[in-house]
Design a protein around this ligand. Sequence first.
Ligand SMILES: C[S@@+](CC[C@H](N)C(=O)[O-])C[C@H]1O[C@@H](n2cnc3c(N)ncnc32)[C@H](O)[C@@H]1O
Length: 220
Amino acid sequence: MKERVVTRDGSHTIAIREKEVMYHSIHGAIRESVHVFIQSGLAPVAARLEKPALAVFEMGFGTGLNAFLTAIFALEKKIAVAYTTVEPDPLSAEETSALNYATKLGHAELFRQLHTSPWNETIKLHDGFTLHKVQTTLSDFSPSQTYDLIYYDAFAPSAQPELWTKEAFEKMFSLLSPGGVLVTYCAKGVVKRAMKAAGFRVKKLPGPPGKREMVWAEKA
Ligand SMILES: C[S@@+](CC[C@H](N)C(=O)[O-])C[C@H]1O[C@@H](n2cnc3c(N)ncnc32)[C@H](O)[C@@H]1O
């Protein structure tokens, strides 16, 4: 059963008790997503990109928080992002409409549209943001394009070890354009070794509250 939880910055996350997983850190869902995916991933990659639109791929759409923060960033910085995400187990409309992200960040209509947009189609949500949600697992996802940036936001290795293997990262490596970057909150040794074995150049960055480190992995 999915349960809404208030994290330490006051923003919600979802917990699945029987699987012992949470969608974000208890130290702050918005704080963690902003730190790991926006400030440590999107901002530096967008700053160095020389194309009109940045192609972002997210592993695990979930609450839509990373997509929401990215759409707001694109609006505020006047950049263009083409956002693709996969999710095999979407939250219900009841669950997503109870999340307090728009109360905290504004842009309520944008947040609503992230969740009401159809699956498996590319939808323009504003001039600088298109959304393509694919209802599938990562292993069944085989796009015909590559991406500049991957948000790797799977459940922790203790819950889903198969998503943190050399094979999983080889797939992510193949989905990246040359020079592309994958960021993730997990900096466990076994994960960094799997990334390196898949061909990534791996760098540790300071983690969000409650985590010493996070990972920046580059297809150098
Ligand atoms: C840690 S949560 C993060 C969700 C989201 N990024 C957010 O901010 O709410 C992991 C997400 O991955 C999804 N997921 C689980 N197994 C998956 C798989 N095999 N392929 C793709 N997504 C998966 C889960 O349903 C969940 O939404």
